[in-house]
Ligand binder design. Sequence first.
Ligand code: NAD
Length: 248
Amino acid sequence: MSRVALVTGASRGIGRATALLLARQGYAVGVNYLKDETAAQQVVTEIESLGGRALALQADIADENQVVAMFAKLDATLGSLDALVNNAGILFQQTGIEQLTAERINKVLTTNVTGYFLCCREAVKRMAKRHGGQGGAIVNVSSAAARLGAPWEYIDYAASKGAVDTLTTGLSLEVAAQGIRVNCVRPGCIYTEMHASGGEPGRVDRVKSGLPMQRGGYPEEVAEAIAFLLSDAASYVTGSFIEAAGGR
Ligand code: NAD
């Protein structure tokens, strides 16, 4: 039986690259998406063309009922969950604190924090039931911004990722004895549509000369770090953080 993974926000960007890499490694993959069903189905089709198994799963990770229903559908179709990649996230346009509204802050926190908690909760419920300390593995996708703070850009987003880091540390300790590993990847500036949808297309090229490696990263490079932390090669690694940020 192949292992089963769920990747949130997997219709594009880092989530898409991770879903495809995990499929190539033999996982059956739940491809969560929010709105873009066509793109999610394309990921599923690509995985099937590799001979793998996948299922597109619509759910807003910030909505408790939708998350519960998504995990139930995954159980009924792909089977028992081995790996969760909490990847779906949002970022809004650059602004200083004086322009931040409660609506924006709440939107960022409910998606980037509440959504991660809800998916962790549903994954742990399932992984904790297994025997022999083979619970499963969770990777939370945070951001280099968690440590940098992103002043005058998006401190709301940075703060949400700080919460993701703390969630990783706390949960890794809470579930370690059940054989569930919880780790985190902090990407830096990656070529995806996130910055464009946050109002700054071309951001990576604008800032890349200031990065230690002097280039932006690619979703596939982040996916490799995620896949490592999920894999048996990381069987004694929990509560750890990998920077996939070109030295940033
Ligand atoms: P992206 O915008 O291309 O992908 C994010 C995906 O999450 C999208 O498919 C979007 O539809 C989905 N999503 C958003 N809200 C959702 C919700 N409520 N429910 C379900 N899905 C939802 O961006 P990306 O760069 O691939 O981002 C992936 C992760 O990497 C995010 O957590 C992001 O914060 C993190 N990250 C990205 C960068 C970067 O430079 N691109 C840097 C650091 C961290």
